[in-house]
Design a protein around this ligand. Structure first.
Ligand code: ZN
Length: 477
């Protein structure tokens, strides 16, 4: 039984996409699916070594002399699920359902980001009745991780110099610029020592999380940072040594959960009293942004091994001192976040301790300065630091005929202006712009909420309207 309307091609295709696992790094199956889709339509198709897919469709009658248009969406999604979900992202189809006009997936992210864009482009490719110039349909991989797809795309395969990026999350908004960024990876080897001290487990959960670019200005709680703050305070009552610390799943998602197991000398009553005092303080601070915050602390069996004191102290100090969240916003551009950090993922294993932080900035200098600051802190505390996942900014262009046409069509359809917005997220657009300097770019997409979290939902009316808008927009190019 289908959940979505099979008479609407983009809905039918979206449902098909949810049946193929497609988390970042696992796009081969969905990439092959798109290649077959194009072949069945007798369209020319290229698949490259990064599993990007480019499909070419000739202009409709009367549009033969119009310059080409590129439609682009990414085929990977963020795999996030609730702690109690037994969903296997490697093999299970998403369990989608509609509730109150919204499409959701039980216990997991929906992949509306960017399945909605992929489904739209498939529908445009399949529909012989639409009016449009020659199309380059570009489906990219790895956007949510390293943007490997966008970095790999060979611009020689693309004849279009007008790009409609369909990775937007708000129907009435089109982006005009995006942030650049980098991840910094901290590592420190751990010496394990025999443990004889009482142990406790600290668990942080119930945070709302969200995308570290799009949601960081909301000043939500960061589970890793909260765990570090509690541990830092516990260390004032006596020594604590970590046996384990972990939190967050993706560097570009604000971590919703964290866990630490540690040995503490202060005694159970004191440990619980201090922890509770700090927890109450944090809860009050996050009363309006993260009312669901839940922090539990309990005595557990003594762990056989704990970290040596010096390493344990260094880890707690690093996480406690490391900046996270909003750093700078613009007075000039409507409060746009122009610099931020997100302590995304913390893990402990036999090989040692690892932490990944994501840095974003509207200017290269912000990114450079925050990176330097973090590396200085890391080296003072004995960690090695490594750069990862750098991506460029997309700078605002004063002149954009594509943007003007989009706004014109938007006004005709909606009777109001499109909202033009520079954003703090990193977009593949920045990479395309670096490869093709003469590229004119707009972004669009249907209304999506809580992306990158298991609460992700797609508004169905907006899903329909936005497709109609796209078709009309194409007919005017
Ligand atoms: Zn996306």
């Amino acid at each position: 039984m289908s959940v979505l309307d099979q008479n609407k091609p983009y809905q039918k295709y979206f449902e098909e996409l949810t049946k193929i696992p497609h988390g970042s790094g696992n796009e081969k199956a969905i990439s092959d699916f798109l290649v077959n889709f194009a072949k069945e339509l007798n369209l020319e198709v290229v698949q490259d070594e990064a599993n990007n897919v480019i499909v070419y469709k000739e202009a409709s009658k009367g549009y033969e002399d119009h310059p080409s248009v590129m439609l682009q969406a990414h085929i990977d999604m963020v795999n996030e699920k609730n702690g109690d979900s037994d969903h296997d992202f490697d093999k299970d189809p998403l369990d989608i359902y509609i509730e109150d006009g919204y499409l959701k997936a039980r216990g997991t992210t929906l992949g509306g980001d960017d399945g909605a864009g992929v489904a739209y482009i498939m529908a445009v490719l399949a529909d012989e009745s639409l009016e449009h110039p020659r199309l380059n349909a570009l489906f990219t991989t790895g956007e949510e991780a390293t943007m490997i797809g966008a970095f790999t795309v060979d611009p020689k395969l693309l004849d279009a110099r007008r790009l409609i990026n369909i990775d937007g999350e708000e129907e009435d908004v089109s982006n005009t610029a995006s942030a650049g960024g980098i991840d910094v990876l901290f590592h420190r080897a751990v010496n394990w020592t025999k443990n004889d001290t009482d142990c406790y487990e600290l668990k942080v959960s119930g945070l709302s999380g969200g995308h570290s670019g799009g949601e960081i200005h909301k000043e939500k709680g960061n589970a890793n940072k909260i765990a570090a703050r509690i541990l830092h305070n516990l260390a004032k009552d006596g020594t604590i040594t970590l046996c384990e610390i972990s939190g967050g799943l993706k560097v570009n998602a604000i971590p919703r959960e964290a866990k630490a197991v540690f040995a503490a000398t202060a005694g159970e009553a004191k440990v619980k009293e201090t922890a509770q005092r700090v927890i109450d303080e944090i809860k009050k601070e996050l009363e309006y942004t993260d009312s669901g915050l839940c922090v539990e602390i309990k005595a557990v069996d003594k762990a056989a091994e704990a970290m040596d004191q010096k390493t344990s102290d260094a880890i707690v100090d690093l996480m406690y001192l490391m900046p996270t969240g909003l750093r700078h916003k613009s007075d000039h551009l409507d409060g746009l976040t122009v610099a931020s950090e997100n302590i995304g993922v913390v893990t402990t294993g036999k090989a040692g301790f690892d932490l990944a932080i994501s840095i974003r900035g509207a200017l290269d200098s912000y990114v450079q300065d925050m990176t330097d600051e973090l590396k200085t802190l890391g080296s003072l505390l004995g960690f090695t630091c490594k750069d990862d996942n750098w991506y460029p900014c997309w700078d605002y262009m004063d002149v954009s005929p594509l943007r003007d046409t989009m706004n014109e069509v938007y006004r005709e359809v909606h009777g109001k202006d499109l909202i033009l917005e520079a954003i703090h997220g990193g977009l593949e657009c920045g990479i395309f712009k670096e490869k093709m300097h003469d590229l004119d770019i707009v972004t669009m997409g249907p209304n999506l909420y809580d992306v990158h979290t298991p609460d992700e939902k797609l508004n169905m009316e907006s899903f329909d309207r936005t497709y109609t808008f796209l078709c009309k927009f194409l007919s005017r190019l």
